[in-house]
Design a protein around this ligand. Structure first.
Ligand SMILES: *[C@@H]1O[C@H](CO)[C@@H](O)[C@H](O)[C@H]1NC(C)=O
Ligand SMILES: *[C@@H]1O[C@H](CO)[C@@H](O)[C@H](O)[C@H]1NC(C)=O
Ligand SMILES: *[C@@H]1O[C@H](CO)[C@@H](O)[C@H](O)[C@H]1NC(C)=O
Ligand SMILES: *[C@@H]1O[C@H](CO)[C@@H](O)[C@H](O)[C@H]1NC(C)=O
Length: 808
């Protein structure tokens, strides 16, 4: 038994071992991570898979993707097959991932790729094999990785136009690194820590229209290196951007002579710090060259000089945010040799509060002065423009936008003697009112007084204006000021309720009047603008009346070819009222005819109702409906009465029958009844009692009640039929009631006497009852001959008493 036990133990051990082994084996196989799917593709075959935390290149939901944005993910590797499905790709953005390795053949299928961005990854080396099949590539961005060289050269990127490379780790650029690249348009090099540069490495990349160089380190350590780079990238058409540099000494200006020698005409300092010593040397280096070339201003006019300080001079193209020291003027005077060539000065957002008149005196060539976003006031502007004595005679454009100016009359006096001034931008200042009149130079055609607080326009506006911007003021009206040559008028952002009258602006071509309080405008308003081509009137408080909606849709809905074009989009034209339409696009509003022609529709409806009413009444009259209704009513009443009668009968105290017969006759036949019938029947033996309406009806009761009552209390009803009878309404009622009694079972109730021969067919159709009675029942005919009358009377008596069935 112990051996058996051991055997079991071993078997158990074996089993558990193999089990755990198999477990181990399972966990040790590499987990195949499923590729995620990106579904943010649009119909232009653009897939925006940016910032989705992908760790691998995802698959996408559409085929033939053209643009794939994978920026800002966590991709670390690009494997051989990752891009297999993207053969149609033109743009691939992989910037700001964590890519450390890319398979040699990863991009080999992307033969149509035009733009590849691998910037800001962690590539430690570049491999030319990656790009060897990218024959269409035009843009390549390799900035911000950690490669130290560009690697072995020999790329086949012959179509490349835009190249960016370099990073803080880049140490050397060797000859041949960019072999194969030709005809580059734009180059950006981040070489702040560059140590070695083989002269000529960038020398074959003609024409280089824009070159951005960040060479902070070399500018400090090895100016020879900077000079050779400058030498290699400078062509006369090149726009050179020198960024991130600190130039503190005289010598650091030396490389710029290289630029000068290559006749570069445009240079821009970006994020650069220059002491005034270095600055002057840079400018001198340029200046010497250019005076020789007689074109000194070329360099400087394109140089955006934005800040001047005494201790250090900053040259930026972008606005800088730090104020080092208050603006002083001495350095300007040092630059006097230079200032006389300046044609364009832009000192933007630099807390400048004055440009002294002394400096202005030096700027004899100045054509363009931009002092926007500074601290100028009326007083300091007066100093800067030398009290309006006409210094700066060559000025064509003055921009003092976004300062603290308050008086329009002061600024107009200051510029009035600048007889070449064309463009004056005094927008974003604190003007609150316009003086009644002002004086301006005769040449002024562009005036910008937008973003102020003007409430009224006056004749202060110069008549020579062609473009006037009064946008974003508080104007409530614009009339009475005519501007005969004005072509463009900007009035957006005011409080205008209607379009200004067009006859004031006979030359106006463009009118911008967005974001006002316009309720509507119409064909008449536009007709007055004889030359208007473009109109922007969106974002107003449109009242979507029928006229307005019809006008807009008719005018611009594609139906007519008009001269005026709406240049803003339809979705700016929203209804403000009426309430149910609020927020709807004017061109999508559907107004029913009822809303649009209310009066017309209401009157038509009323007419219809009236006409059909009249028709109805006529119909009623034609069809004797009134008569039928009255009959009906009476019938109902009779019905009730007979019901009552029966109940009374059941109780045993029925009203006794008082008459033998109720005589129903027409008034016209009264003579016959009174002369013949009554004496004959009432005086017979035994006498018959007759009920005659004339004699026996209770006065004061309603006639119908009386009739019904009389018939109820008579055994028979005697109808005296004649033409008159047929035409008498009352008689017909009587006839009718007796008919009920017939139906109630008293088949003998009616006795018919035919006073004159009328045939059944003479009776109008609607007296169907009478016709029925006449055909179902025999009647007594009043004989014309005297001898037959005795027989008639006896027959009649018999009938009334209730004898046998009468036979003619
Ligand atoms: C400056 O750079 C040039 C070119 O790369 C190189 O030959 C030279 O040795 C460098 N000089 C110094 C002082 O590093
Ligand atoms: C400006 O230059 C400095 C020094 O090179 C750099 O640290 C900074 O990032 C640059 N700023 C911009 C906006 O490029
Ligand atoms: C004047 O400066 C402002 C603000 O910098 C700018 O928006 C405007 O375009 C400039 N005007 C001209 C005529 O250059
Ligand atoms: C007028 O100035 C404002 C603000 O400076 C600017 O936005 C606008 O474009 C200028 N108008 C014209 C017609 O140039």
């Amino acid at each position: 038994s112990s051996t058996l036990n051991n055997l079991f133990f071993f078997i158990f051990l074996f089993l558990s071992l193999s089990f755990s082994l198999s477990l181990f084996g399972q966990s040790s196989t590499p987990e195949v991570e499923k590729r995620s799917t990106c579904d943010r593709c649009d119909e232009r075959l653009f897939c925006d898979c940016s910032s989705r935390n992908y760790r691998h290149v995802p698959t996408v939901t559409v085929t033939e993707v053209v643009t794939l944005d994978l920026s800002f993910n966590d991709i670390t590797t690009v494997a051989e097959d990752d891009l297999r499905e993207y053969t149609w790709l033109r743009t691939l953005d992989l910037r700001s991932n964590r890519i450390q390795s890319i398979h040699e053949w990863a991009f080999h299928l992307l033969q149509g790729l035009e733009s590849l961005d691998l910037s800001y990854n962690q590539l430690a080396a570049l491999n030319p094999v990656w790009f060897s099949k990218l024959l269409s590539l035009q843009h390549l961005n390799l900035l911000g990785n950690c490669y130290r060289t560009l690697g072995p050269g020999g790329t086949s990127l012959t179509r490349l136009r835009f190249l960016r490379f370099g990073n803080p780790a880049l140490e050397e650029v060797r000859r041949g690194d960019l072999a194969g690249v030709r005809q580059l348009d734009q180059l950006e090099v981040y070489g702040n820590n560059l140590k070695r540069y083989d002269p000529g490495s960038l020398g074959d990349l003609w024409p280089l229209r824009v070159v951005t160089l960040r060479l902070r380190g070399p500018f400090q350590d090895n100016l020879t290196l900077v000079s050779s780079i400058f030498h290699d990238v400078s062509y006369s058409e090149t726009f050179l951007v020198v960024a991130d540099v600190l130039l503190s000494e005289k010598t650091s200006a030396a490389p710029f002579s290289e630029i000068n020698r290559r006749r570069v005409r445009s240079i821009l300092f970006q994020n650069a710090t220059l002491t005034d010593e270095a600055m002057i040397h840079v400018l001198e280096v340029c200046h010497l060259r250019w005076t020789f070339l007689q074109s000194a201003w070329c360099c400087v006019t394109k140089l955006h000089i934005l800040r001047f300080y005494f201790s250090s001079m900053y040259i930026f193209c972008m606005f800088y945010y730090q104020v080092m020291e208050v603006f002083k003027f001495t350095s300007f005077l040092n630059l006097g040799f230079l200032l006389k060539y300046l044609r364009q000065i832009s000192i933007i957002n630099c807390k400048v509060y004055v440009m002294p008149c002394l400096t202005s005196h030096l700027l004899t060539q100045l054509e363009y002065l931009d002092l926007s976003s500074n601290l100028l006031t009326d007083l300091t502007l007066t100093e800067s423009l030398c009290h309006g004595h006409g210094i700066l005679r060559n000025l064509r454009v003055i921009n003092v936008s976004d300062n603290a100016l308050k008086s329009l009359s002061i600024v107009s006096k200051l510029v009035t003697r600048l007889d070449k001034l064309i463009h004056l931008d005094i927008s974003q200042n604190a003007y609150t009112s316009m003086p009644p009149t002002c004086s301006w130079p005769q040449t002024l055609t562009h005036l910008n007084i937008s973003w102020a607080k003007l409430q009224r326009v006056t004749h202060c506006l110069p008549l020579t204006l062609e473009i006037l911007d009064l946008g974003h003021n508080d104007l409530t009206a614009f009339h009475s000021v005519a501007l005969p040559v004005l072509r463009e008028l900007h009035l957006s952002g005011n409080k205008l309720r209607r379009l200004p009258p067009g006859w004031l602006f006979p030359s106006l071509e463009v009118l911008l009047i967005q974001s006002n309080t316009l309720n509507m405008f119409g064909p008449m308003d536009l007709q007055l603008y004889r030359k208007l081509r473009a109109l922007q009137a969106g974002q107003n408080r449109f009242v979507c009346s029928c006229e307005f909606v019809y006008f807009m849709v008719w005018r611009w809905g594609g139906a007519v070819e008009g001269s005026v074009e709406l240049t803003d989009r339809w979705d700016n034209y929203l209804c403000d009222s009426p309430l149910p339409l609020q927020g709807q696009r004017v061109d999508r509003v559907r107004l029913s005819p009822f809303q649009c022609h209310r009066i017309l529709v209401v009157s038509a409806l009323c007419g219809c109702v009236l006409a059909s009413g009249i028709l109805f009444v006529i119909l009623l009259w034609k069809l004797h409906v009134v008569w039928y209704v009255r009959m009906m009513w009476a019938w109902l009443k009779a019905k009730r009465n007979s019901g009552n009668q029966r109940r009374r009968d059941a109780a045993g105290n029925a009203e006794p029958l008082c008459y033998d017969a109720f005589v129903s006759y027409s008034e016209q036949d009264a003579e016959w009844v009174e002369e013949f019938l009554v004496p004959e029947l009432e005086n017979s033996q035994p006498p018959l009692s007759l009920c005659l309406h004339k004699r026996d009806f209770l006065p004061g009761h309603w006639i119908i009640d009386n009739i019904i009552n009389a018939m109820e209390r008579s055994r028979r009803t005697l109808f005296v039929l004649s033409e008159h009878f047929v035409h008498s309404n009352w008689c017909r009622y009587e006839l009718d009631f007796s008919h009920f009694r017939l139906f109630d079972g008293d088949s003998e109730a009616a006795v018919l006497v035919l006073l004159e021969p009328i045939s059944k067919d003479d009776v109008p159709k609607r007296f169907c009852k009478l016709r029925k009675l006449m055909s179902s029942r025999t009647y007594l005919e009043w004989p014309q001959e005297d001898e037959r009358r005795a027989e008639f009377w006896s027959n009649l008596r018999l009938a009334v008493r209730g004898g046998d069935e009468l036979k003619d």
